[in-house]
Design a protein around this ligand. Structure first.
Ligand SMILES: [Zn+2]
Length: 197
């Protein structure tokens, strides 16, 4: 345990996802020893991202304007909606170049263990988008793990009465993993081979 602000810094890093107490300590000492210019650049990037980047009002993706780049693009197919957990999944799917529709970012997945229910996700916003009649197909591209499957099942049931085509990404994705870790070819194939629910 360290004194005052050094410990505060370690505690701050320790709060970040994927960083344990040892990693937090390593980063804190790296910062202490680093060139001040480099550290200020990091501080600026953090401040700027919080000031300038927000979430798209339509889909929940990260955006620098009211709507994200994809929602503002008139060439994107407005009749197909791909539902994902996080903005990083949008990036992973965009890399495949298989999908020309639009997205809906839930902001996570249903996970009773972590206390995350449908009300904690952007499910109400999704249903509002589907209600306006412009969307004909919904692709459920939640992660191929327990939480992702539970979320897809829940949404498929919720959407069923609307009579839209609902599909789930084909198998072949690494089970138990995250969508973002799938390589472009695998994810692209999963898109092509999506199955109707
Ligand atoms: Zn958007």
């Amino acid at each position: 345990m360290y004194e005052g602000i050094v410990q505060d810094l370690i505690d701050e890093f320790g709060r970040l996802p994927g960083i344990g107490p040892k990693g937090a300590q390593r980063i804190a000492f790296y910062i202490l020893a680093a060139d001040p210019v480099e550290v200020l650049r990091l501080a600026d990037a953090l401040r700027e991202v919080k000031e300038r980047v927000r979430f798209c009002v339509a889909c929940g993706n990260v955006a620098e304007e009211t709507e994200c780049r994809i929602c503002r693009d008139p060439r994107r197919d407005a009749t197909v909606l791909c539902v994902v957990e996080e903005p990083k999944d949008v990036v992973a799917i965009e890399r495949t170049r298989e999908f020309r529709g639009r997205y809906h970012v839930l902001g996570g997945a249903i996970s009773p263990i972590d206390g995350v229910g449908p009300d904690d996700l952007r499910v109400r916003e999704l249903m509002a988008r589907l209600a306006d009649g412009a969307i004909a197909e919904v692709i459920l591209a939640t992660d191929p793990n327990l939480e992702g499957e539970a979320t897809a099942t829940y949404l498929a049931r919720l959407i069923a009465p609307l009579g839209l085509a609902v599909s789930r990404l084909a198998s072949g994705l690494p089970v138990g993993g995250d969508l973002e870790y799938a390589d472009e070819i695998t994810l692209g194939r999963a898109f092509e081979g999506r199955r109707r629910l």
